[in-house]
Design a protein around this ligand. Structure first.
Ligand code: AMP
Ligand code: MG
Length: 339
């Protein structure tokens, strides 16, 4: 298949919408990461997403809508807490899970009785939902298991020849996937951290539970509440090792492990004293910048043929929890604690 490369010009967006309507796969920009979109109500089109990504069939997809009114036919009941969260954070990087209606094909929900729904804020994503007239199922537009794409050229690296089109909307703002909260349980449960933080959610709906899998490996034998949070994910070919400690401890540790193919992934301004190649991914106290850069920097490790990347560990508050969650999985939970 020849992949078409489209811009955000009106005629190109119309072309992308026509492809989506016809059941084809189109990668689209969103404010979180690029999504690999298909008509969410067309089971065959959705099945093609799993094939193109090499995604395990037990990992359900998020359905993207452009207006709250579209939610009503996708879920069986919208509780007041869900409406309050929609009011506060939609359009934006928050996904809510509720019991699904029969309109949702099993391919989308991976056989679960619930469906995840999000209203993105990115103008191109919203325009494509409106133009195609379809809610769009869209997981991240990467081959399964590796870092999510935040630029169209990264989508092309993974998906060229496998999908109908890529719409280039520039670099994604947020840089990590949406926050996922399950509202089908009491109390509501955070399954995946993102730019809408635990603190922000709690301020609107009060107490929420944070699923163990957010910061721990899934216990063997236990079913994943969120199948996408399984052990290794978001991983480049390079071996990522998280290092917890202050700037000086990090520099000393990494320098002591200098070798061919070894690099450091550190915070902006903390590269002084490193005697090995380094990449920076945002200032220590700037979680939004870390989120914005983290996936791109992981992909650059492979471009530079890095074998081992000692990675400065972000703190777990605010958006830092989302960055920590992705890096933990990229590292297969390998963490060295220096203090
Ligand atoms: P991605 O599309 O790559 O952003 O991944 C979607 C995430 O949402 C994965 O972690 C899924 O496991 C999770 N997810 C989607 N639908 C559900 C659902 N019905 N129940 C639990 N988790 C879900
Ligand atoms: Mg993904």
């Amino acid at each position: 298949m020849r992949t078409e490369y489209l811009s955000s010009a009106p005629s190109d967006l119309q072309r992308a919408a026509d492809l989506l309507k016809a059941g084809e796969l189109v990668a689209i920009p969103t404010e979180t990461v690029y999504g690999l979109a298909a008509d969410a109500l067309n089971g065959e089109a959705v099945a093609a997403i799993f094939a193109a990504k090499g995604r395990p069939a037990d990992n359900p997809l998020i359905v993207h809508i452009a207006a709250v009114s579209e939610w009503e036919r996708l879920v069986s009941h919208i509780p007041p807490q869900a409406l309050a969260l929609a009011e506060a954070f939609w359009p934006g990087p928050l996904t809510m899970i509720l019991p699904k209606t029969d309109l949702i094909p099993n391919e989308v929900s991976a056989g679960l009785s619930t469906v995840a729904v999000r209203m993105p804020s990115h103008p191109i994503a919203r325009e494509l939902i409106a133009l195609s007239g379809c809610p769009l199922a869209a997981p991240s537009a990467n081959r399964s298991g590796i870092p999510s794409p935040t630029e169209a050229k990264r989508v092309a690296e993974d998906m060229d020849g496998r999908i109908a089109a890529v719409v280039d909307g520039g670099t994604c703002d947020v840089g990590v996937e949406s926050t996922v909260i399950d509202l089908s349980t009491t109390p509501p449960r955070l399954l995946r951290p993102g730019a809408v933080t635990v603190e922000m959610l709690t301020a609107v709906i009060g107490e929420i539970a944070v699923d163990d899998a957010v910061v721990q490996p899934l216990k063997s034998g236990r079913a994943a509440a969120s199948p996408g949070m399984k052990y290794k994910h978001y991983a480049p070919k390079a071996k990522v090792i998280l290092v917890k400690g202050d700037k000086n401890a990090f520099v000393d540790y990494v320098n002591a492990h200098a070798a061919d193919g070894v690099a450091a992934l550190c915070f902006d301004g903390e590269e002084t004293g490193l005697c090995i190649p380094y990449f920076t991914y945002g200032a220590r106290d700037d979680h939004a910048a870390q989120a914005h850069h983290v996936f791109e920097v992981l992909r650059r490790l492979d471009e530079q043929h890095v074998r081992i990347a000692y990675t400065a560990c972000p703190s777990q508050d605010g958006v830092g929890l989302a960055v920590y969650n992705r890096l933990l999985r990229a590292a297969g939970f390998e963490v060295i604690v220096l203090e």
